[in-house]
Design a binder for this molecule. Structure first.
Ligand SMILES: Cc1cc2nc3c(=O)[nH]c(=O)nc-3n(C[C@H](O)[C@H](O)[C@H](O)COP(=O)(O)OP(=O)(O)OC[C@H]3O[C@@H](n4cnc5c(N)ncnc54)[C@H](O)[C@@H]3O)c2cc1C
Length: 388
């Protein structure tokens, strides 16, 4: 395809997943257009903010296997772009010794020989000051886990994509998709034609998929991103090697509570609740539920005595949840030249580079470099026959 309205591939959505997919396609010499509805950078989807946790601490082996390669791909982008995107902090995982999640994560880390240290109630506070471990809770530290600098990563991958000849158009909303051997994509600024389309529209995925006759069982929820002030400045600082943490099945909640050391706002630690209330992505801030903040306050009072139990800063972000919390990485069931990356369920950022590679492979009809069976659309069929 040769005119400036004709492409080998169009990617819709310049969040972390679309940006890495476009970059991988451009690396494979595909003439690629990346379309974004908002002016970049923006804070209205799921990929904004300065930090994310990177970890191998998962219940399932397939995520650990994907992470092996993902760490290498992050390092490769760091080298190409000449920026630091990863900082090792370690990840403290805590939960009732006998709870399914805690036991399974510990077992998966051990089985996959991921470097880790098991802490005991006796030596816990020596290693992790200013944190109270609940009675009956186990604690392990995954040593190579850490922080990704999210905003910086997005900027870096989009710049590398453009250096490879990729075309990035922001402030251009896709308004229609006409499937076919050549897909027609209409936007607020014009009409494009492409051999292959990738939809990575985050919370707006179903809105775009409606043009292709498909709806996935996705729920969009708003997350209150809370920062808490240190009573003694520096107590939980990244420079003092305070780790990221995940606390599961706490006294306050069955859902995870997670935290990252003070970093982006000096003296403020990020501690969040790993779920939220249903929201409309176009009217995110109409969702005003703060029951998660009550849960966090109680947890902070009990476990993190060095923090003021009142959030100093509350920002907003969206998760797009699938029923089983696993991603959607698949070809459209009717149109094989349309590929979908969706439902990253609040844990997709760290996988950005490998997801980009996998969506690129799917789009080019190559054999995917990882087993995609956990991420197929057909797994939803039994649950939501009418939706598909
Ligand atoms: C508070 C919070 C904390 C998180 N913490 C972690 C963590 O510690 N570790 C981790 O691995 N993950 C984490 N995640 C999850 C991770 O950030 C998301 O899984 C990831 O950002 C999803 O990226 P995405 O590209 O699918 O979506 P998005 O970033 O939302 O990108 C989709 C893009 O598509 C664009 N778009 C939509 N419709 C159109 C249209 N019609 N035309 C053009 N463009 C369109 C949108 O504007 C948007 O920019 C967290 C998420 C949140 C919200």
């Amino acid at each position: 395809m040769s005119t400036n309205r004709e492409f080998d591939c169009i990617v819709i959505g310049a969040g972390v997943q679309g940006s890495f997919t476009a970059y991988q396609l451009a690396k494979k010499k595909q003439k690629t257009l990346l379309l974004e509805q908002f002016v970049l950078p923006h804070t209205r989807g799921s990929s904004h903010g300065q930090t994310r946790i990177i970890r191998k601490a998962y219940e399932q082996d397939f995520y650990v296997n994907m992470m092996e390669e993902t760490y290498e791909l992050w390092a490769q982008l760091e080298r190409e772009a000449g920026v630091k995107l990863y900082r090792q902090t370690g990840l403290l995982v805590m939960g009732p010794e006998k709870s399914h999640y805690y036991a399974q994560v510990k077992n998966t880390l051990q089985k996959n020989k991921v470097p880790m240290v098991t802490l005991t109630p006796d030596n816990f506070s020596q290693h992790i000051p200013h944190f109270r471990l609940a009675e009956g809770d186990g604690a392990v530290v995954e040593v190579t886990a850490g922080i990704l600098y999210a905003d910086r990563a997005l900027k870096a991958v989009q710049a590398e994509f453009q250096k490879l000849g990729g075309v990035l158009r922001d402030n251009e909303m896709v308004t229609d998709i006409k499937p076919g051997p050549i897909v027609t994509v209409s936007t607020s600024a014009g009409v494009y034609r492409t051999k292959r389309l990738v939809i990575t529209a985050g919370p707006w995925a179903n809105r775009l998929l409606a043009h292709t006759g498909l709806q996935l069982p996705l729920e969009v929820v708003k997350i209150n991103v809370c920062y808490w002030k240190e009573k003694v400045p520096g107590s939980y600082d990244v420079k003092r090697r305070f780790p990221c943490f995940i606390l599961t099945e706490s006294q306050e909640s069955k859902d995870h509570i997670y935290g990252l050391p003070s970093n982006e706002y000096p003296g403020l630690m990020k501690v969040c609740y790993h779920t939220g209330s249903t929201a409309d992505p176009d009217n995110r801030d109409q969702q005003k539920d703060r029951s998660d903040i009550d849960i966090l306050q109680r947890c902070i009072n009990r476990c993190l005595p060095g923090l003021v139990p009142e959030p100093a800063v509350v920002e907003s972000c969206l998760y797009t949840l699938t029923p089983d919390r696993h991603f959607v990485l698949d070809c459209h069931p009717t149109y094989s030249n349309i590929v979908i990356g969706a439902g990253f369920s609040g844990h997709g950022f760290k996988f950005g580079p490998i997801i980009g590679k996998l969506l690129c492979e799917l789009s080019l009809g190559e054999v995917p470099s990882h087993d995609l069976s956990p991420f197929r659309i057909r797994r939803f069929q039994a649950m939501t026959k009418s939706a598909l």
